[in-house]
Design a protein around this ligand. Structure first.
Ligand SMILES: C[S@@+](CC[C@H](N)C(=O)[O-])C[C@H]1O[C@@H](n2cnc3c(N)ncnc32)[C@H](O)[C@@H]1O
Length: 456
C-alpha cells in the first residue's frame, strides 16, 4: 500500500477499524494459538460438532415454555445423560449456572434428581416453574386462564421506559393481562402453581409483543409490526402449549412428576452445597458474552424481580464477571489480594495491557483485571462444585474462548487447568462449534465441551 493511500485510508476510518485492519490476528484461529497451551496440558482437542444452543428447544416440551438465548439445547443435555447416566445408580445432577433450567428439566424427564444455583431471580423463577408444576391438570390451568378478569389493570414497571418499549394499545392490554393474573387469590398450593405458570407465560411473550428484539442482545427491532391484540393472541398460544405439555407429562412422564428438581437463588461462587452430586453439567457465562441481567430487564421489571436500575446493577455485579460490569467492581478486585492466579493468566494479562498501550485506547482499559476476575470467579465456583462432587463424578463445562486486544485467551484450557489445580483429571476436551471473534471477524474461535472427572 502506498504511503499516500495508507494516510488517506487512515484519515477516513476510526481507531477501532484501524486496529482491526492492523491486527496480527486477522485470518487466524484459536486452534493455532492453542497449540502451546495444549502441549503444556498434554491433551488434544477432539472434534464433536453438534447443536448445543437453545434454539431448537422452541419445539421441545417444557423447554419451549420460555424462550432463552443463552441456554443449552435439550438434545445436548440428553446426549450427556445418555453417555454418563448409566455409570451411576441414579445420578444426582447439578448445574451451578442453571439459567432457565434446561439441564434440570432434561434430568427430570429422565427421572433423575437435579439441583441448580442461579443468581438472576427471573431465571430461577422460570426454571422452578418448569420443574415444579408437573402435577397441575391442564384442564385446571385452562379453567383459571379462561376466567381471568379483564377489568383489573396493572401499571407498567416505573423504572422502565415502557412507552418506548411498547405501543400504547399493547401496553394497555399487557396491563389488563397482568392485572387479571395478579387478582388470583392463592388459596392453596395448586392455585399458586397455576398463577406461576400464568406469570411465566406472560413473561415469555413480553419481547414478542414489544418494539424490541433479542438477537442475542436486547435492542430495538427496526420495522417490527405489532398489533394491539398481540398480548392476548400470544398468551393464548403459550398457555395452550403449556396445557398440551402438561397432558404429555401426565401420559408419558407420570412416574417422574414428583422427582425432585430445584434451583436455589444463590451465588455459585459462595454457595456451600449440602448434597453430593454425580454429574455436573453446566455452561458458565462467557467473558465477552451476554449480559444476563440487562438482556432480561423487561421481564424482570414486569414480574417485580427488579424495581430499579440499581437492583439490576447489584445482581449483575454479583455474577461471574462479563466485560461490561462497573469499573468500581473491577477496581475493588484489582486492589484486593486474595485471588487465584497462574502463570498463563499473568502472561495473558500482561500481553493485553501491552497491546492496549500500543493501540492507544481500548473499550475497557481495565480489561486485564476483568480477565483475571473472570478466572478467579470461575475458580471459586469450581472449588465449591468440586467439593460437592462424588468420587468418580463427572464435571462437564461448555465454554467459548476469546480474543481480547489481539491476545488469545484459551478460556476452555484455562478452565481445564483450574480443574487440575483442584485435583480433577481431564477426561476429554471436545470442540462442539466454531465461532467468529466479535472484534476480528476473520479470527476463528471455538466452543468447547470440557469433561473433568474426580478420580479415586
Ligand atoms: C450460559 S447461562 C446458563 C444457561 C443454562 N445452561 C440453560 O441451559 O438454561 C449462565 C447463567 O449463569 C448465571 N450466573 C452468572 N453468574 C452466576 C453466579 N455467580 N451464580 C449463579 N448463577 C450465575 C447467569 O444468570 C446465567 O443464567
Amino acid at each position: 500500500m502506498s504511503d499516500l493511500f495508507e494516510a488517506l485510508l487512515e484519515s477516513q476510518i476510526n481507531v477501532r477499524q484501524r486496529n482491526i485492519l492492523k491486527s496480527p490476528k486477522r485470518g487466524g484461529s484459536s486452534d493455532i494459538d492453542a497449540v502451546p497451551y495444549l502441549g503444556e496440558l498434554g491433551v488434544t482437542i477432539q472434534e464433536k460438532r453438534q447443536p448445543i444452543q437453545f434454539t431448537p428447544n422452541i419445539n421441545e416440551h417444557i423447554h419451549r415454555w420460555a424462550p432463552y438465548v443463552q441456554g443449552f439445547s435439550a438434545s445436548f443435555v440428553q446426549s450427556i445423560l445418555d453417555t454418563y447416566g448409566s455409570e451411576y445408580d441414579s445420578p444426582i445432577i447439578l448445574d451451578p449456572f442453571a439459567g432457565c433450567g434446561t439441564v434440570l428439566v432434561q434430568a427430570k424427564l429422565n427421572g433423575y434428581e437435579s439441583y441448580g444455583t442461579e443468581l438472576n431471580p427471573l431465571l430461577q423463577f422460570i426454571a422452578n416453574t418448569k420443574l415444579n408444576c408437573w402435577d397441575i391438570s391442564p384442564y385446571f390451568l385452562l379453567k383459571i386462564y379462561n376466567s381471568l378478569p379483564k377489568d383489573k389493570r396493572s401499571p407498567s414497571p416505573a423504572f422502565l421506559k415502557s412507552h418506548s418499549h411498547f405501543k400504547p394499545g399493547v401496553l394497555r392490554n399487557l396491563g389488563i393481562i397482568k392485572g387479571g393474573i395478579e387478582s388470583i387469590e392463592i388459596k392453596n398450593e395448586k392455585l399458586k402453581k397455576v398463577k406461576d405458570l400464568l406469570l411465566l407465560a406472560f413473561s415469555s411473550i413480553l419481547i414478542d409483543c414489544s418494539n424490541l428484539k433479542r438477537s442475542p442482545c436486547l435492542g430495538y427491532g427496526k420495522g417490527k409490526r405489532i398489533y394491539d391484540t398481540a398480548p392476548f393472541v400470544l398468551l393464548d398460544q403459550k398457555i395452550h402449549h403449556i396445557a398440551d405439555d402438561l397432558r404429555i407429562i401426565h401420559n408419558e412422564y407420570r412416574d417422574f412428576i414428583h422427582t425432585p428438581g430445584k434451583v436455589i437463588l444463590a451465588n455459585s461462587m459462595k454457595y456451600t452445597h449440602t448434597r453430593k452430586f454425580d454429574l455436573v453439567i453446566t455452561s458458565p457465562p462467557y467473558m465477552n458474552g451476554l449480559d444476563y441481567v440487562m438482556n432480561y430487564k423487561i421481564e424482570m421489571g414486569w414480574l417485580g424481580f427488579a424495581n430499579s436500575h440499581k437492583d439490576l446493577k447489584n445482581i449483575k455485579d454479583a455474577m461471574v464477571v462479563c466485560d461490561n460490569v462497573s469499573k468500581g467492581l473491577i477496581n475493588n478486585f484489582h486492589t484486593s489480594n486474595s485471588t487465584y492466579t497462574n502463570d498463563w493468566i499473568e502472561e495473558i494479562k500482561s500481553n493485553i495491557a501491552k497491546n492496549i498501550v500500543k493501540r492507544g485506547s481500548y473499550r475497557r482499559e481495565d480489561m486485564p483485571y476483568i480477565v483475571h476476575k473472570y478466572f478467579d470467579d470461575m475458580y471459586k465456583t469450581m472449588k465449591n462444585v468440586t467439593s460437592a462432587l462424588n468420587v468418580g463424578g463427572h464435571f462437564i463445562l461448555v465454554v467459548g474462548d476469546s480474543l481480547i486486544a489481539d491476545v488469545y485467551v484459551p478460556t476452555d484450557l484455562l478452565i481445564a487447568k483450574i480443574g487440575l489445580d483442584l485435583g480433577l483429571q481431564i477426561e476429554k476436551i471436545e470442540k462442539a462449534r466454531e465461532r467468529r471473534s466479535g472484534q476480528i471477524r476473520s479470527y476463528k474461535l471455538r466452543e468447547t465441551i470440557i469433561t473433568l472427572i474426580k478420580g479415586r
